[in-house]
Design a protein around this ligand. Structure first.
Ligand SMILES: [Zn+2]
Length: 224
């Protein structure tokens, strides 16, 4: 997720239909096929940031088991490089083609990151808030998304320690955005109708037409 805090906050009604389905049209993209039979715990030697439309971004990731932690190092390094290189506010393992329930967010100290394993939302506030979101996997676009204002969350650390936290504001939004990735959902499924904007050129920010949405091409950024 990108930090888009400099965009104006708008309050939008909470009843939002599913939107921009064309961004999720399944198309072939470079990722490992799901293992059949036994779980395949091998990690690829290099990772690419996947962008929509891409079938792998619409798949549900599986839980991280202790056995996964033995060879998860290259994935964590790639996710950290991705976060730092893009100045992102979060990146989830499926965005790098690995269907594990794991995401990473920057810590307050520059260069440090939080690794969030097997996350869950325990409680979400009835109060909703709407703000702009962007995503590394939908580059050049932003849109308004309504989400619970605060959430009680649980997750594990890489050492297997269970944590619970109460998150509000931007942290709550980021956690929900990244958790959506683990369930195969992009923010473009939740975006307020007509609010998706092309921000690839800041001076000519343009609302995105349906035809343009459908023409979004597969772009892959090599993170080696
Ligand atoms: Zn994202």
């Amino acid at each position: 997720m990108y930090n888009l805090g400099n965009y104006p906050l708008m309050i939008i009604p909470s009843s939002l239909p599913p939107l921009v389905p064309s961004l999720l049209q399944a198309r072939a993209c470079a990722t490992r096929p799901p293992a059949r039979g036994s779980v395949d715990r091998r990690m690829p030697s290099s990772f690419r940031l996947l962008t929509a439309p891409c079938a792998a971004l619409a798949r549900r990731a599986r839980r991280v088991e202790p056995a996964d932690l033995h060879n998860i190092g290259p994935l964590l390094q790639a996710m950290r490089r991705c976060l730092l290189a893009t100045k992102g506010e979060g990146v989830a393992a499926p965005q790098l083609g690995t269907l594990l329930r794991l995401f990473m967010m920057p810590a307050s100290k520059p260069g440090d990151v939080h690794v969030v394993v097997n996350p869950a939302i325990l409680r979400a506030s009835r109060a909703l808030t709407t703000d702009w979101e962007g995503c590394l996997s939908v580059p050049g676009y932003t849109g308004l998304v309504t989400r619970p204002r605060s959430v009680r969350v649980a997750y594990e650390t890489l050492q297997g320690v269970r944590k619970e936290k109460h998150l509000t504001g931007f942290a709550a939004r980021c956690f929900q955005h990244e958790l959506d990735h683990l369930d195969g959902r992009l923010y473009t499924e939740r975006v307020k109708k007509g609010s998706l904007v092309d921000v690839s050129d800041e001076e000519t920010r343009q609302p995105v037409s349906v035809a343009r949405q459908e023409g979004l091409a597969i772009v892959e950024v090599d993170m080696r």
